[in-house]
Design a protein around this ligand. Structure first.
Ligand SMILES: Nc1ncnc2c1ncn2[C@@H]1O[C@H](COP(=O)(O)OP(=O)(O)OP(=O)(O)O)[C@@H](O)[C@H]1O
Ligand SMILES: [Mg+2]
Length: 428
């Protein structure tokens, strides 16, 4: 029997792989040599054609080199709970979502195997606290992940909640028993675990509650669109259908897709695309029409990815300063806007509320109040957003907050879960 296991933190934005290999722990493996941090591989797939795929940094590099022809996919993890999203069609070839996840996992597996010089068919894979707020959709997402892992060649897989994995990592810093809240704010989901951490070991009974919300960094990016930028792409364009006197506005089904980095590509689906073309034809004013024309440039000239990268850069800028300039200069799409932290806080109010309702549920199901929590540990890229930290400070007090975020903590915990598994203890 092989005693080697891969540990995979398959993230919405970034993925990491470690291993428990022949009795030894291997932390994050340098799988993406072209990345600024080679242990972090961006969760990206780029198909110049249906027979060829590039991953991570190379996906971006090739996408640019090949004049943005073909298809680039990001944030596809967030489609897992969506039962009406089956996948995509690339040049008449159907690629299911399970396929997309499967080939990404397979690439991670191959690169890790090459590094370890060993074939590995068992894996511990992270899963968010909730792929979806709907239990059926959540189960569906996990089922799809199981299928994807099989496609990637894993024969035995164990799924461990990502915030629980992060908790294992923090255990190493504990000298006496403590009630700890772990908040993992990622790209697609915000996840919480309340756990009794002891230095000496782990028992499944120590987990007091796990909960979360399928909203995080991508949802924060989308507020820049929904509150300001989307009107430049027809979100508020008005139109009047032939033979009708009613003035209509672009329906929410379209504008909601437009706003979200994971969903905007769906505007390219034939029915929706044809519908937007009709709206353009029937636009009320030149201004309404011009905005929709910009949307077509965004979709047709493959500018979705760079545009949302520019939004993300602006968001990151607001983690470090009170105001940042958004500057996009693609011909026909030129946009310059100054954004302030105050606006961002205001626009993100609903998202923030939904994220922290996940924390409220977590506390409630553990039967704990904030003052009973001894320590709050934060991880994930979105934990760098000042108002996320601020909210936790208000709720728990600054002295309990460990903001020195450790971005490999989910992965370290998954590797540890793999070592438990190797020694006959399964984390549930
Ligand atoms: N300095 C920063 N300020 C604000 N947001 C940031 C910063 N750095 C990274 N982020 C955000 O963090 C997110 C990525 O975080 P992370 O790598 O933890 O997510 P993930 O593990 O891929 O996603 P998930 O766990 O939700 O599947 C992105 O949305 C990114 O924009
Ligand atoms: Mg994550």
């Amino acid at each position: 029997m092989s005693d080697s296991f891969l540990a995979i933190d398959f993230g919405t934005s970034n993925s990491l792989v470690g291993a428990y290999h022949q009795g030894k722990v291997h932390g994050a493996l340098p799988l993406d040599p072209k990345s600024a941090d080679p242990t972090l591989m961006r969760t990206l797939l780029y198909f110049p054609n249906p027979d060829l795929c590039y991953y991570g940094s190379e996906a971006i590099e090739q996408y640019i080199e090949q004049d943005m022809e073909g298809r680039l996919f990001r944030s596809f993890k967030s489609h897992l709970p969506n039962q009406s999203y089956l996948g995509t069609v690339i040049d008449n070839r159907i690629v299911t979502l399970e396929n997309m996840v499967g080939i990404f996992l397979l690439e991670l597996k191959k690169r890790a195997e090459k590094h370890l010089n060993h074939q590995i068919t068992k894996a511990v894979i992270g899963r968010p606290a909730r792929y979806s707020m709907d239990a059926v959709a959540d189960g569906f997402a996990l089922h799809r992940m199981e299928k994807a892992a099989k496609m990637a060649g894993f024969e035995e897989v164990q799924f461990v909640p990502e915030p629980l994995a992060a908790a294992f990592d923090y255990r190493k810093q504990i000298t006496s028993e403590k009630i700890v809240l772990i908040g993992d704010f990622g790209g697609g989901t915000s996840d919480f675990t309340l756990i009794r951490l002891r230095a000496e070991g782990f028992d499944n009974k120590d987990v007091l509650a796990i909960d979360g919300c399928p909203m995080a960094g991508d949802a924060l990016d989308s507020v820049f669109m929904s509150h300001r930028l989307s009107e430049h792409f027809g979100a508020k364009s008005r139109y009047r259908l032939p033979m009708s006197s009613n003035v209509l506005t672009m329906p929410p089904a379209v504008s909601q897709k437009l706003n979200h980095p994971a969903h905007i590509v769906h505007l390219k689906e034939r029915d929706t695309y044809e519908f937007i073309k009709e709206v353009k034809k029937c636009s009320l004013t030149v201004k309404d029409k011009d905005a929709i024309e910009r949307l077509f440039i965004l979709l047709e000239d493959q500018q979705i990815f760079p545009f949302f990268e520019a939004i993300e850069k602006t968001k990151r800028g607001l983690s470090a300063s009170d105001s940042t300039e958004f500057d996009f200069d693609y011909p026909g799409l030129e946009l310059k806007e100054q954004f302030t932290t105050a606006q961002f806080i205001d626009w993100a109010m609903n998202t923030r509320q939904k994220i922290f309702e996940g924390l409220d549920r977590c506390l409630e199901s553990a039967g704990l109040t904030p003052d009973q929590v001894d320590l709050v540990c934060l991880t994930g890229g979105t934990a760098k957003v000042p108002f996320i930290q601020g909210e936790l400070e208000t709720r728990f007090g600054k002295q309990k907050l460990q903001t020195q975020a450790h971005f490999h903590s989910v992965l370290s915990g998954l590797v540890e879960s793999a070592s438990f598994w190797a020694n006959g203890q399964k984390v549930t």
